[in-house]
Design a protein around this ligand. Structure first.
Ligand code: NDP
Length: 258
C-alpha cells in the first residue's frame, strides 16, 4: 500500500518489512537512525517497548503509551501513533466526533488508540463495552484521568443494547477477523439510521456487524479507511507529501477484496 503511493507520486523511496527480535529492538532503532531512514512503523510486540529508544513522543502516543510510527524530525526520532489518527481521519469524512457519545466495543490496542483520539477530538462520552474487566476498566480510567471525555466501562452482556443518545458505535475487537459471518453480540434492533457505525476489521472488510448496521439504515465505515489513512498520515510524516488514498485503497482491495 505504501509503495503503491510512493510509485504513484514518483518517489524513489522504499518501504521494507524487517523482522526484529525483541532483544535487538534498541540496535534496530539506532540502525534506522544511522542509515538515515525517515522513519518506520512498528507492530506487536514493539509498540510499547520501543518508547525508551526514541527521543520523544507525540501527544496521543504519550497518553496511550504506545507507538506504531516513528518519524525523524530534525535528527530526533519521535514516536507517534497513527492507529487512532487513521480511524479519526476516516470518521471525519462522515461525522465530527466533537460533542458526541460513543459506544466502543473492545479495549485492546486498537480500541485504546481510537478512544484517545476521539477524546482529544472532543467526544463528550465514551462507553467501553468489553469482555474482560482487566482491559476495559483501565481504559475508562485512562480516558477519565488524561482526557476531558467522560468514560465508563460496561462488562459485555450477552446481547448489548445500544443506549439512547449514542451517536457513534465502533467495533474495535477482533470479532469478524477472518470470519465474515461472526456476530458481534449486540441487539441489532437498537441500531438506527441516526448512528454512524464503524468496524476496524480489514480482512474481510464487509463484516457481519457492518452488513447488519447497513440494513438498519446506519451510516457505515469499514476498517480499510482506517488502514489507508494510517498510510496517508505516515507518508505525510515521512515525505511531506499528501498521498492519494485512492491509490492505496485500490492496492488494499486487490489484497483483501471489499
Ligand atoms: P488486542 O488483542 O489488543 O485486543 C483485542 C480485543 O478484542 C480485546 O478487547 C478483546 O477482549 C476483544 N475480543 C477478542 N475476541 C473476542 C471475543 N470472542 N469476544 C469478545 N471480545 C473479544 O487487539 P488489537 O486491539 O490490536 O486489534 C483488534 C482488531 O483491530 C484486530 O482484528 C486488528 O486486525 C484490528 N486492527 C485494525 C486496524 C486498521 O487499520 N483497520 C489497525 C489496528 C488493528 P478481551 O479484553 O476480553 O480479551
Amino acid at each position: 500500500m505504501i509503495e503503491a503511493a510512493f510509485a504513484h507520486h514518483g518517489l524513489n523511496w522504499r518501504y521494507i518489512n524487517c523482522e526484529v527480535p525483541p532483544e535487538h529492538l534498541g540496535d534496530a532503532v539506532k540502525g534506522a537512525s544511522a542509515m538515515g531512514w525517515r522513519g518506520f512503523n512498528l507492530s506487536i510486540p514493539h509498540k510499547v517497548t520501543v518508547i525508551p529508544h526514541l527521543d520523544g513522543l507525540g501527544e496521543s502516543a504519550a497518553i496511550m503509551g504506545a507507538v506504531n510510527c516513528a518519524v525523524n524530525r530534525d535528527g530526533k526520532l519521535i514516536g507517534e501513533n497513527t492507529d487512532g489518527k487513521g480511524f479519526l481521519k476516516s470518521l471525519l469524512e462522515v461525522v465530527n466526533p466533537a460533542g458526541t457519545s460513543v459506544v466502543m466495543f473492545g479495549a485492546g490496542g486498537a480500541a485504546r488508540a481510537i478512544c484517545v483520539e476521539l477524546a482529544l477530538a472532543g467526544a463528550k462520552a465514551v462507553t467501553i463495552v468489553n469482555r474482560s474487566r482487566a482491559r476495559g476498566a483501565p481504559l475508562a480510567e485512562l480516558l477519565n484521568t488524561k482526557t476531558k471525555a467522560k468514560a465508563s466501562f460496561v462488562p459485555w452482556p450477552e446481547n448489548y443494547a445500544i443506549p439512547e443518545g449514542t451517536d457513534i458505535i465502533v467495533n474495535a475487537t477482533s470479532i469478524g477477523l477472518g470470519n465474515s459471518d461472526q456476530p458481534l453480540g449486540i441487539s441489532i434492533g437498537t441500531i438506527t439510521p441516526r448512528h454512524v457505525v464503524a468496524d476496524v476489521i480489514v480482512d474481510p472488510p464487509d463484516t457481519r456487524f457492518l452488513r447488519d448496521a447497513r440494513l438498519r439504515g446506519a451510516t457505515v465505515i469499514d476498517g480499510l479507511g482506517m488502514l489507508i489513512n494510517q498510510g496517508v498520515i505516515g507518508v505525510k510524516y515521512w515525505t511531506g507529501i499528501d498521498a492519494s488514498p485512492d491509490v492505496m485503497r485500490r492496492k488494499l482491495v486487490e489484497i483483501f477484496g471489499g
